[in-house]
Ligand binder design. Structure first.
Ligand SMILES: [Zn+2]
Length: 398
């Protein structure tokens, strides 16, 4: 009995065969009386597929393409079907077989090269894929797609210089701005230079990033980190505060740095003042401050502790939990109960993803500027606080 997988493949193939037969039948009027050219061969191939004899089916179709050039589109379709099913080796054989045809038109050769490059990409053979995409990017009807694929390859290889070059070519050829993407490529270079201690190059890369996209928060964050690492506390604080003002979600990255600098400089009073003024302007940021403090285990600063306490009391599940403790232990023990719940939350937070991609839902512990799953840039946001409830409920019911 053929499986569902075999039936889907065979069904699709039957459609392609029918299309091929129609082309063969009506496409050439001068041979109207000739018998349809495809039926027997296609039925044989179909039979192999239905019996899940995929290797025999593949060999059969490879022989066919040598016989009849009119079947070539069907072979492209079959190759891409194999690739989508994850049978990349078979896709590669089909496309190599097409390329080997001596009488291939240049357009079909480009199509086969493009398909083969995608096979190599799917197989993780980046070097081979890069070579073919580079060739196609020099001038073919797949030029734009080839450069897009090259960008993805350079991203995977972390070859940011080449990625910038490809991105800029794509902007010209594709007629659309890739400022966000290119700014991140520069920021990657800036971060690498900064961690190697080459701050002059790092600053220049940030400038390049901001030339194409002036409000690049990652660039601002990199500049702030450089200022921090070069003991320019004043500039670092100015930049971290600005980052929070402009993109509240980055508080998770900036607040721990701000706290560390004020503490290092013995200016905790100044920190209190700065945070109070920030919260007076944006009271809704209190829960973000609390969340960040819990995640990073920041305590001992009255304004932050107050945010955390309010956060715990306002969470439906946590609120009940904390109140219960207060009732059973009396008022005097409330503070130590808060501290214990807070300590437990910090531990839970360490095991809970902190960031989630808004496009595809991929989550991670630290902020990733490019989502590893959907490959989009700047799509991650701090995970919602509901996750604490979920973990807590899970641990209570266990
Ligand atoms: Zn994503």
């Amino acid at each position: 009995m053929p499986t569902e997988k075999a039936l889907i493949l065979a069904g699709l193939f039957l459609l392609l065969a029918a299309a091929g037969w129609v082309i063969g039948r009506f496409g050439e009027r001068d041979e109207e009386d000739a018998p349809p050219p495809l039926n027997i061969d296609y039925l044989k191939g179909l039979n192999f597929l239905l019996n899940e004899q995929t290797d025999q089916a593949l060999e059969h179709f490879l022989r066919m393409v040598r016989v009849d050039a009119r079947t070539i589109e069907t072979h492209f379709a079959l190759g891409s079907l194999f690739r989508r099913r994850g049978e990349v080796d078979r896709a590669i054989r089909i496309h190599q077989n097409i390329i080997a045809r001596p009488d291939l038109a240049s357009e079909q050769r480009d199509q086969a090269l493009y398909s083969l490059a995608k096979d190599y990409l799917a197989a993780g053979l980046l070097d081979r894929a890069e070579k073919l995409f580079s060739r196609l990017s020099q001038g073919s009807r797949y030029q734009v797609q080839a450069i897009e694929a090259l960008c993805r390859i350079y991203e995977q290889e972390r070859d940011w210089e080449k990625a910038i070059e490809a991105g800029k070519r794509l902007e010209v050829l594709g007629g659309r701005s890739l400022a966000l993407q290119i700014a991140h490529y520069y920021c990657e270079l800036a971060e690498a230079a900064a961690s190697a201690g080459d701050y002059a190059s790092a600053r220049q890369y940030v400038k390049n990033a901001q030339a194409g996209r002036p409000r690049t928060m990652r660039g601002a964050l990199t500049r702030a980190h450089i200022a921090r690492d070069t003991n320019d506390s004043k500039t670092a604080l100015k930049l971290y505060h600005r980052i929070i003002d402009e993109n509240t979600y980055l508080i998770a990255e900036a607040l721990p740095e701000i706290v560390a600098i004020y503490t290092r400089e013995n200016e905790v009073d100044e920190l209190e003042r700065a945070l109070k003024s920030m919260l007076a302007k944006n009271p809704e940021m209190a829960s973000l401050v609390a969340y960040t403090a819990i995640v990073n285990d920041i305590g001992g600063i009255p304004v932050i502790d107050e945010c955390v306490e309010q956060y715990m009391l306002n969470e439906p599940t946590l609120g009940e939990f904390v109140e219960l403790q207060q009732l059973s232990d009396g008022k005097g023990a409330a503070d130590s109960r808060f501290a214990r719940v807070r300590g437990a939350l910090s531990k839970l937070a360490a095991a809970t993803p902190r960031y989630q991609c808004q496009e595809c839902g991929f989550s991670s512990q630290r902020l990733l500027w490019q989502c590893p799953s959907c490959r989009d840039w700047e799509t991650q946001r701090p995970a919602s606080r509901v996750q604490f409830d979920t973990v807590l409920q899970h641990s209570i019911t266990k």
